[in-house]
Design a protein around this ligand. Structure first.
Ligand SMILES: Nc1ncnc2c1ncn2[C@@H]1O[C@H](COP(=O)(O)OP(=O)(O)OP(=O)(O)O)[C@@H](O)[C@H]1O
Ligand SMILES: Cc1ncc(C[n+]2csc(CCOP(=O)(O)O)c2C)c(N)n1
Ligand SMILES: [Mg+2]
Length: 341
């Protein structure tokens, strides 16, 4: 008797680990015999809920991010990149807490079943998941407008997680990597700005395949006083640190890190809009006492990314921007879903 409905065969074919993404659903094995890469999963896909066994003395960081067609991606995005980015944006939030990614749950709404789309999506999704040694432990599939929601759980030693709260006057403000590439790529795709064609691929790579700063986040557990990941743009996201910590900040716009492709595409004040207000960077912003800055850049490079000091925390409770120590007025806003709605 064939007891499968369409949803179950889709799960078996595209989301159940042991089958490999895109394999034939007919080769399904029971959930209990899955070859899981993690030993801390007692019950994975296939039961009413998953059961995970966290290490003793650790906290679990839990985060959720949704990606909606037309809002977070459009037809210009390669489908495997949608899978990659869904993992990356969630792991970026875990990185900002100093957590080690572990278990993921995926909820999907599909308007119809497109097997080519599912094959490409699951390829990007599982490649990212394997890279970060995470496991998909469950999810949900329904019919509806294309919407993908991932819940990620990560392990963090109790009391050693990072928070938005904790920045102190005098702390230096750092960002990882470079800012603005993804937002510039999106603006170029939308015809709002023109970019030299030879740089478009490098900029789009940052939009399509962001890199969550997972190793850096864990390294900062012993160093940073506060941290956040940059999804809406530094201008908006740093405000969350300032409000949570009850402090202010001065940012030096001329110190914001940029890629070569960005520098050769746009410069000066025109670029700041993309660097601080475009969003989609998925870099970390964190604060650290000056006394701990000495070997920070070397440590960060060991974690695979450069970090750059872009400002200082003060007691003003205001966010102010400077260019070469001259105050600058900023008349734009970070990314917001309901702006003007
Ligand atoms: N619908 C909701 N119900 C309860 N809490 C929510 C809801 N939406 C967001 N939050 C919580 O509000 C806080 C800020 O959420 P937000 O989605 O802005 O996080 P973020 O990390 O700044 O952005 P991103 O969505 O890019 O990860 C988080 O603690 C989040 O868990
Ligand atoms: C087609 C398309 N339109 C707009 C954007 C830009 N964008 C969408 S959501 C978001 C902030 C983070 O989202 P959230 O706060 O929901 O995590 C940004 C910067 C995009 N990437 N693709
Ligand atoms: Mg975040």
């Amino acid at each position: 008797m064939n007891i499968r409905t369409d949803e179950f065969s889709l799960i078996a074919k595209y989301f159940q680990r042991s089958h490999g993404a895109g394999d034939d659903a007919g080769s399904a094995v029971s959930a209990s015999s899955q070859n899981r890469s993690r030993r801390d999963i007692a019950v994975g896909i296939g039961d009413d809920a998953a059961i995970v066994i966290p290490p003793t003395g650790c906290g679990i960081a839990v985060t959720t991010d949704t990606m909606v067609s037309g809002v977070h991606f459009d037809e210009k995005v390669p489908v495997d990149a949608i899978g990659h980015k869904l993992v990356a944006v969630n792991l970026s939030d875990l990185a900002a807490m100093g957590a080690e990614p572990a278990w993921l749950s995926l909820s999907c709404a599909f308007p119809s079943i497109d097997e080519n789309w599912l094959t490409a999506f699951s390829r990007g999704f599982f490649a990212a998941l394997d890279y970060y040694h995470c496991e998909l432990i469950g999810g949900d599939i329904t019919k509806g407008p294309l919407t993908l929601t991932l819940t990620a759980q990560g392990i963090v030693p109790a009391e050693r997680y990072l928070k938005r709260e904790g920045a102190q006057p005098g702390d230096r403000i750092y960002v990882s990597g470079t800012l603005g590439d993804a937002a510039l790529a999106l603006a170029a795709q939308q015809g709002k700005v023109s970019v030299p064609p030879e740089h478009m691929a490098a900029l789009e790579k940052r939009l399509f395949y962001p890199t969550p700063r997972v190793a850096l986040g864990q390294l900062l557990r012993n160093q940073a006083t506060s941290a956040i990941d940059l999804s809406d743009g530094l201008l908006g996201d740093i405000q969350h640190i300032l409000v949570a910590s009850g402090v202010g900040a001065r940012i030096q716009l001329d110190t914001l890190p940029f890629s070569q492709a960005f520098a050769e595409s746009i410069s000066g004040p025109d670029g700041w809009r993309y660097q601080i207000a475009g969003g989609d960077d998925y870099e970390l912003c964190f604060t650290i006492p000056e006394s701990r800055c000495g070997n920070l850049e070397t440590l960060a490079l060991q974690a695979g990314v450069k970090v750059t000091c872009v400002g200082i925390i003060d007691g003003s409770r205001e966010l102010r921007f400077f260019e070469k120590n001259q105050a600058c007025d900023i008349d734009f806003h970070a990314y917001s879903h309901f702006q003007g709605a």
